[in-house]
Design a protein. Structure first.
Length: 122
């Protein structure tokens, strides 16, 4: 959905007077689409020995990612099409949540690697 939304907003930005608002929203959706794919792989591995704590970390990062994109892109879209903000500081809050989501993904990956090392007895 993030990839499709990003492509659609890219097309809209090309034909809109609100290009300066739509382009960053499109880019954020497109930049984060691969992250959704990588997190989905974690959930596919759920039954293959991935510890529940690692899954919980990945789930948390996913929810923070969705909230961050919704706030950041939502605020830009509200301004582009409605002329109003979602609420004050919605876009910066969304951006901060996106940073937190990336940190959560890093921690999830580290925990996944660590769980694999402990299984091998390293």
């Amino acid at each position: 959905m993030a990839g499709a939304g990003g492509v659609a907003l890219s097309a809209a930005a090309t034909h809109s007077a609100a290009t300066e608002l739509l382009r960053p929203a499109a880019q954020m959706l497109l930049f984060h689409a691969p992250l959704f794919l990588s997190l989905s792989l974690l959930f596919l591995w759920r039954g293959r020995g991935v510890p529940s704590g690692v899954l919980a970390m990945g789930t948390g990062a996913l929810f923070v990612l969705v909230a961050g994109l919704a706030l950041f892109c939502g605020d830009l879209l509200f301004r582009a099409y409605g002329g109003v903000r979602l609420f004050p500081f919605a876009a910066p809050l969304g951006g901060s949540l996106l940073i937190a989501a990336w940190l959560g993904v890093i921690l999830t990956g580290a925990a996944l690697l660590r769980s694999g090392e402990s299984e091998r007895g390293a």
